[in-house]
Design a protein around this ligand. Structure first.
Ligand code: SF4
Length: 364
């Protein structure tokens, strides 16, 4: 498997992107009222083609973490080709593929192709579960979504038995509609065979139904503390990729920091968005993160040459604005890089690491 250790120098020199998020489509087969991406209505014709993505990937350096986003990414029938372009050119240590699980017949063959073609990457497939049973359908305003998600889970597990590079997880969006049922959801996820992690994402952005954002922050804290207790008590598993235990410790710190960030209403850590992270949407616009609308450029206007966008004067202006504006957010992806690549966070991560069960003293 590709090693994450080669990215250690980025702790001290944050010059090149090592985390890249590619939105491959805004299309979706669910109608979740809490979705942050519902206003993007690009057509299939606008989406970057597989040929365009091949050119983009070939212009980029190696990546620690590649995240595909949408929309429902498996609606792109050419998803395996898109992943393959990045696998060949950027050698990602981790490739994350989130799904709502609505289309098991599309997901299973597509994921199998990806697993077979990407043996050196950890393929993290995260299924969304926001309620146990019919509650999931109600919260997502999408009848049948729970049943489909469970069918998808069965098929993912079968793939997991054949492909050791597959890592399976569940993600729950914490919102007003499920904040009172988080224990029930956590109980349910613990019964799911093959589940290696359960994460919670705090609802973000400007959802179609803004009431979903009216959350009780203390209930978020209780929910993440429950997950922490389960992990430290040995009731929850961890991923099996290299340094997965370290990643779990970082997750624990991240949840504490997200709670504190929202409670205090300010950024508590330096943000490396636009320095070691980048986001591209399905029409080729490049941003430092998913939250800010400040565009660094468009890949189609630079002959698909990513460095020409990322190191442009416009990108420098966006980075300067991030440094000066003091913007803040609760977006989990940026806490990952802001924690792991900040030396001041190491002792805090180490403390959590040592509290996880089964550590041998060696970093794993
Ligand atoms: S703090 Fe959040 S919104 Fe601001 S640049 Fe970082 S990731 Fe983006």
């Amino acid at each position: 498997m590709y090693s994450p250790l080669k990215y250690i120098p980025s702790i001290f020199h944050k010059r090149d992107p090592l985390q890249f998020t590619l939105f491959v489509t805004a299309r979706c087969n669910a109608r979740c009222p809490f979705c942050f991406y519902w206003q993007d209505r690009h057509t299939v014709q606008d989406e970057l083609t597989a040929e365009e993505v091949e050119k983009i990937a070939s212009s980029m350096g190696d990546l620690l973490w590649l995240l595909f986003a949408g929309g429902e990414i498996f609606l792109r029938k050419d998803l395996p080709e898109l992943v393959d372009s990045f696998y060949r050119h950027t050698h990602p240590v981790i490739i994350t593929l989130p799904t709502n699980g609505m289309a098991p017949d599309l997901i299973e063959p597509s994921l199998e192709k990806i697993l077979a073609r990407s043996p050196e990457s950890a393929i993290v497939c995260k299924l969304s579960i926001d309620g146990a049973g019919e509650e999931h359908d109600r919260i997502r305003n999408t009848p049948g979504s729970f049943e489909n998600a469970m069918e998808t889970w069965v098929r993912l597990r079968r793939l997991g038995e054949r492909y050791d590079n597959l890592q399976l997880g569940i993600n729950t969006v914490f919102c007003r509609e499920n904040q009172d049922n988080m224990d029930q959801i956590a109980d349910f996820v613990e019964t799911l065979p093959g589940c290696e992690t359960h994460t919670i994402s705090l609802v973000r952005g400007n959802p179609a139904d803004s009431a979903y954002k009216e959350i009780d922050l203390e209930k978020y804290r209780q929910a993440v503390m429950r997950l922490e207790k389960d992990l430290k008590g040995g009731n929850s598993k961890m991923y099996h990729f290299t340094l997965a235990r370290l990643k779990t410790a970082q997750d624990l710190v991240q949840r504490q920091l997200i709670y504190e960030t929202v409670r205090q209403g300010r950024r508590l850590l330096p943000c490396y968005a636009g320095r070691i992270t980048a986001v591209m949407n399905e029409v080729g616009d490049v941003f430092p993160c998913e939250t800010l609308s400040d565009k660094m450029g468009n890949i189609r206007e630079t002959d698909y040459n990513f460095p020409r966008v990322f190191f442009s004067e416009q990108a420098d202006r966006v980075r300067a604005k991030i440094n000066n504006s003091g913007c803040y957010c609760s977006h989990e992806c940026y806490f990952v890089t802001n924690i792991l690549f900040n030396p001041l966070m190491f002792s805090r991560v180490a403390r959590q690491y040592l509290e996880l069960p089964g550590h041998s003293g060696a970093v794993s």
